[in-house]
Structure formats: C-alpha cells, structure tokens
Design a protein around this ligand. Sequence first.
Ligand SMILES: NC(=O)c1ccc[n+]([C@@H]2O[C@H](COP(=O)([O-])OP(=O)(O)OC[C@H]3O[C@@H](n4cnc5c(N)ncnc54)[C@H](O)[C@@H]3O)[C@@H](O)[C@H]2O)c1
Length: 314
Amino acid sequence: MRSVLVTGGAGFIGSHLVDRLLAEGWRVMVVDNFDPFYDPAVKRKNIAPHLEYSNYTLVELDIRDMDTLRERLSGEYDVIVHLAAKAGVRPSIRDPIDYQEVNVRGTQNLLELAREWGVKQFVFASSSSVYGVNPNVPWREDDCVLLPISPYAATKVAGELLGHVYSHLYGIRFIALRFFTVYGPRQRPDLAVYKFARLMLKGEPVPVYGDGSSRRDYTYIDDIIQGVRAAMNYNATPYEVINLGNNSTVSLLEMINALEETLGVKAKLEFLPPQLGDVPQTWASINKAEQLMGYIPKTEFKCGIEHFSQWLCS
Ligand SMILES: NC(=O)c1ccc[n+]([C@@H]2O[C@H](COP(=O)([O-])OP(=O)(O)OC[C@H]3O[C@@H](n4cnc5c(N)ncnc54)[C@H](O)[C@@H]3O)[C@@H](O)[C@H]2O)c1
C-alpha cells in the first residue's frame, strides 16, 4: 500500500485530495491544526467521511511545531503533499508575520523532515499570486517576472525556492504547483465565489472591488486534484514549477452573472475601490502541465459553477 502525508488535509483542496487517495487505496496520514482562519467546524465536516477508513490517520498539530511533528509522525511516506498554509491575500497584509511563520517556516519544517526521513517526492501548493502584476499573459512558469505584491504571495515564492534548495542538496524531487483560483464544493468560505453566493442568497449587497472588470483564471477542484495526482507520480526531473489553471479567464461581473443564473437570484452590487494586494488579472499557460503531466482541465466555468451551486443549496 502506498503511503502519503497530506498537510492541510482537512481544508478545501486537501479534503478533496484525501477523498481521491482513500478511494485509490493509499495509506493516508493528515496533519492539520484546524486553524480558525475560517470555521473549523467546516473542516470537521470535510473529514467526517475519512474517519471511517482504517487506512486514514489524522494528526492534529501545527506545522510550526517541529518537535511534535518529529515525535508524532511515522516518517514512512512515499510522498508528501504539502497543502497546509495560511491562505488568502488580503488577510496576509494584516498579519504578515503569522503568514511567514506558517507558510515559510512550516514549509521548511516539512522539507527538513522529508530529508531526515528520506522521503523522495514532495508536492507543494504554490499559487498564481507569485506572478504579481505580470502583464505578459498567459503566465508561463519560465517568465522571470516574479514580483509578488502581498505577504502571502511572497511566502509562496519562498516555499518554491526552499524546495529548490532541498531538491538540489538532498535529491528530494520537488514539484511546486501554482494553483489558479480554485472553486467548487467545499470551497473556502472567504473566497469570492462562495462569499458572493452566500450574500446573494441572503439578499445582501455584494461588494465589487474596482469596476468588476478584473479577471481570474478559475480552476475547478476536480481539475486541480487531477493535477496534484499527476504531480505525485511525476518522476522525470528533480525540480519543477507547474501552473495548474484553466487557461481561460472570467471577469468578476461574468462570475456574478453565472451565479445569478444558477442560483436564480439577482445580485445587489456595491462598487468599492480596488483592494490592496489584488492583481487585475490571472491567466495560466498550462502547456507545461500538459506536456509534463498530461494535465488537461475538463470543467468549463459555467458547469463548475452549477456543481458549486448545487452543493451550496443541498
Ligand atoms: N484555494 C485556492 O484558490 C488556492 C489558490 C492558490 C494556492 N492555494 C494553496 O493551496 C493550499 C490549500 O488551500 P485551500 O484553499 O484548501 O485552503 P484551506 O484553508 O481550506 O486549507 C488549508 C488547511 O491548512 C490547515 N493549516 C493552516 N495552518 C496550519 C498550521 N499551522 N498547521 C497545520 N495545518 C494548518 C488549515 O486548518 C486548513 O485545513 C494552500 O497552501 C493555499 O495557499 C489555494
């Protein structure tokens, strides 16, 4: 039985990945501290079905706590998928030190443990935010314009760079996946799709920062999981940074329209000034993901929003 350590496995992306790994028969160990960034009860609900599996183990602890990580984890993993992080661009501006502690020191702790344990494959959740306001779209991994504009984005750049060090020095294969705005059932409640849908259903105003023309490359959760699974198997080179996006962009107003259609309600829009740290657009080139890992996103935005809305209203 293949064995995997998933950090952040109670969260949005992590719990979907664990669904898939358990279905495939992996021995799964999850580390998560049920961080209160959003209601931990949501994460308890995410993991409830996993607790039924005998090949699933949950270890509740903080990735900043190196001694306890060393003490409580078996170390016998074929691969580590490191998803635990303080997520979110705007909150990182209010709380940059905590972001650096969890996202940078926490990542280095996991890399150190991978070295001590002799784990040979490490998949890291990076982010489209590392590209900053790069005007050269679609964004390619070999584009040297890495000018992050939020503490969160800078921590993800740091994680990618630390991964290169450990890959070079210790032969740990390190795959950094730059996720582009992930959405779908169980989405983080702080993210726009979920936040807006909730407000619309309650008949409350939807805050639109800027004029609504900012664009995002939204990626459906099943496509992201397809990419993470492919990265877990990837074995051609020792270090790669790979975009996982949809390669098609949707404006904020188009996203709201799609929600209006599927939820059957009209949004009350409240236009507000643009927010610090937000980039005007994100757009992934996914050629590299396709060439190296056979990654092809399958879910069109409208279809993904329908799945999300069905889940929300169920
Ligand atoms: N969702 C997106 O659109 C998106 C985009 C780009 C990158 N990412 C990255 O993907 C990863 C997963 O994101 P998500 O959307 O599932 O977020 P999430 O917040 O739902 O999941 C993160 C999990 O990490 C856990 N965690 C946080 N701090 C921890 C700590 N100190 N110790 C142990 N566990 C801790 C949280 O409790 C949570 O369950 C993150 O690294 C995030 O930065 C997400």
